[in-house]
Design a protein around this ligand. Structure first.
Ligand code: ZN
Length: 133
Protein backbone atom coordinates (compact mmCIF):
# COMPACT_ATOMS: atom_id res chain seq x y z
CA UNK A 1 0.00 0.00 0.00
CA UNK A 2 1.32 3.43 -0.95
CA UNK A 3 2.17 5.46 2.18
CA UNK A 4 0.86 8.71 0.72
CA UNK A 5 -2.58 7.32 0.05
CA UNK A 6 -2.67 5.46 3.29
CA UNK A 7 -2.17 8.79 5.03
CA UNK A 8 -5.16 10.27 3.20
CA UNK A 9 -7.36 7.38 4.29
CA UNK A 10 -6.27 7.63 7.91
CA UNK A 11 -6.63 11.42 7.87
CA UNK A 12 -10.17 11.27 6.49
CA UNK A 13 -11.07 8.49 8.90
CA UNK A 14 -9.94 10.58 11.86
CA UNK A 15 -11.10 13.97 10.57
CA UNK A 16 -13.92 13.45 8.09
CA UNK A 17 -15.24 16.54 6.32
CA UNK A 18 -18.68 15.16 5.54
CA UNK A 19 -19.65 13.32 8.69
CA UNK A 20 -23.05 14.33 10.02
CA UNK A 21 -26.76 14.21 9.33
CA UNK A 22 -29.01 16.39 7.19
CA UNK A 23 -32.50 16.93 8.52
CA UNK A 24 -34.52 17.19 6.36
CA UNK A 25 -32.91 15.73 3.26
CA UNK A 26 -33.99 14.64 -0.23
CA UNK A 27 -32.20 11.31 -0.39
CA UNK A 28 -31.43 9.02 2.52
CA UNK A 29 -30.32 5.43 2.54
CA UNK A 30 -28.33 3.14 4.80
CA UNK A 31 -26.86 -0.31 4.60
CA UNK A 32 -24.13 -2.40 6.08
CA UNK A 33 -21.29 -4.67 5.10
CA UNK A 34 -21.74 -7.71 7.34
CA UNK A 35 -18.31 -9.10 6.39
CA UNK A 36 -16.62 -6.28 8.27
CA UNK A 37 -19.37 -4.75 10.41
CA UNK A 38 -19.35 -1.47 8.48
CA UNK A 39 -22.54 0.58 8.57
CA UNK A 40 -23.12 3.73 6.55
CA UNK A 41 -26.03 6.11 6.18
CA UNK A 42 -25.91 8.83 3.55
CA UNK A 43 -28.08 11.97 3.51
CA UNK A 44 -28.19 14.16 0.40
CA UNK A 45 -29.81 17.53 -0.26
CA UNK A 46 -30.45 18.68 -3.82
CA UNK A 47 -30.71 22.22 -5.14
CA UNK A 48 -33.55 23.51 -7.37
CA UNK A 49 -31.80 22.16 -10.47
CA UNK A 50 -31.42 18.63 -9.10
CA UNK A 51 -27.72 18.85 -8.31
CA UNK A 52 -26.19 17.82 -5.00
CA UNK A 53 -26.06 20.82 -2.67
CA UNK A 54 -25.06 19.06 0.55
CA UNK A 55 -24.19 15.53 1.57
CA UNK A 56 -23.36 13.87 4.86
CA UNK A 57 -22.71 10.37 6.13
CA UNK A 58 -23.07 8.71 9.50
CA UNK A 59 -22.33 5.25 10.77
CA UNK A 60 -19.34 3.27 11.89
CA UNK A 61 -16.83 0.82 10.57
CA UNK A 62 -13.26 0.36 9.42
CA UNK A 63 -11.05 3.17 8.16
CA UNK A 64 -11.52 2.27 4.50
CA UNK A 65 -15.33 2.23 4.70
CA UNK A 66 -15.51 5.57 6.49
CA UNK A 67 -12.79 7.31 4.47
CA UNK A 68 -14.30 6.16 1.18
CA UNK A 69 -17.68 7.59 2.24
CA UNK A 70 -16.07 10.92 3.06
CA UNK A 71 -14.13 11.08 -0.21
CA UNK A 72 -17.15 9.93 -2.22
CA UNK A 73 -19.41 12.64 -0.78
CA UNK A 74 -16.78 15.27 -1.45
CA UNK A 75 -16.68 14.13 -5.08
CA UNK A 76 -20.45 14.37 -5.64
CA UNK A 77 -21.04 17.96 -4.48
CA UNK A 78 -22.47 19.79 -7.49
CA UNK A 79 -23.12 16.60 -9.44
CA UNK A 80 -26.47 15.71 -11.00
CA UNK A 81 -28.43 12.55 -10.23
CA UNK A 82 -27.50 11.20 -13.66
CA UNK A 83 -23.82 11.75 -12.96
CA UNK A 84 -24.13 9.88 -9.66
CA UNK A 85 -25.87 6.98 -11.41
CA UNK A 86 -22.91 6.67 -13.76
CA UNK A 87 -20.32 6.39 -10.97
CA UNK A 88 -18.54 3.06 -10.98
CA UNK A 89 -16.41 1.13 -8.55
CA UNK A 90 -13.35 2.33 -10.47
CA UNK A 91 -14.24 5.89 -9.46
CA UNK A 92 -14.17 4.92 -5.78
CA UNK A 93 -10.92 2.99 -6.21
CA UNK A 94 -9.45 6.08 -7.87
CA UNK A 95 -10.55 8.24 -4.94
CA UNK A 96 -8.83 5.93 -2.47
CA UNK A 97 -5.83 5.46 -4.72
CA UNK A 98 -4.85 2.04 -3.41
CA UNK A 99 -5.14 -1.54 -4.56
CA UNK A 100 -7.78 -3.40 -2.60
CA UNK A 101 -8.34 -7.11 -2.16
CA UNK A 102 -11.88 -8.51 -2.43
CA UNK A 103 -12.66 -8.16 1.28
CA UNK A 104 -11.46 -4.54 1.51
CA UNK A 105 -13.23 -3.76 -1.75
CA UNK A 106 -16.57 -4.49 -0.04
CA UNK A 107 -15.62 -1.94 2.63
CA UNK A 108 -14.60 0.64 0.04
CA UNK A 109 -17.71 0.21 -2.11
CA UNK A 110 -20.31 0.26 0.67
CA UNK A 111 -20.73 4.04 0.44
CA UNK A 112 -21.25 3.96 -3.33
CA UNK A 113 -23.76 1.13 -2.97
CA UNK A 114 -25.69 3.11 -0.35
CA UNK A 115 -25.56 6.30 -2.40
CA UNK A 116 -26.76 4.61 -5.57
CA UNK A 117 -29.56 2.72 -3.83
CA UNK A 118 -30.73 6.06 -2.44
CA UNK A 119 -30.46 7.85 -5.77
CA UNK A 120 -32.35 5.10 -7.58
CA UNK A 121 -34.97 5.08 -4.82
CA UNK A 122 -34.55 1.38 -4.17
CA UNK A 123 -35.73 -0.33 -1.03
CA UNK A 124 -32.65 -2.52 -0.91
CA UNK A 125 -29.05 -2.16 -2.05
CA UNK A 126 -27.73 -4.64 -4.59
CA UNK A 127 -24.10 -5.44 -5.25
CA UNK A 128 -24.89 -5.02 -8.96
CA UNK A 129 -25.18 -1.28 -8.32
CA UNK A 130 -21.43 -1.05 -7.97
CA UNK A 131 -20.20 -4.14 -9.79
CA UNK A 132 -21.39 -3.09 -13.23
CA UNK A 133 -19.63 -1.17 -16.03
ZN1 ZN B 1 -14.71 -2.53 6.55
Amino acid sequence: MDDLYREIIIERYKNPLFRGELEPCDIRFEDENPLCGDHIRIDVRLDETGHVKEAAFSGHGCAISQASADLLLESIIGKSIEEIKSLSKEDVIDLLGIDLGPVRLKCALLSLKVLKAGVYGLGVAHDELVEGH
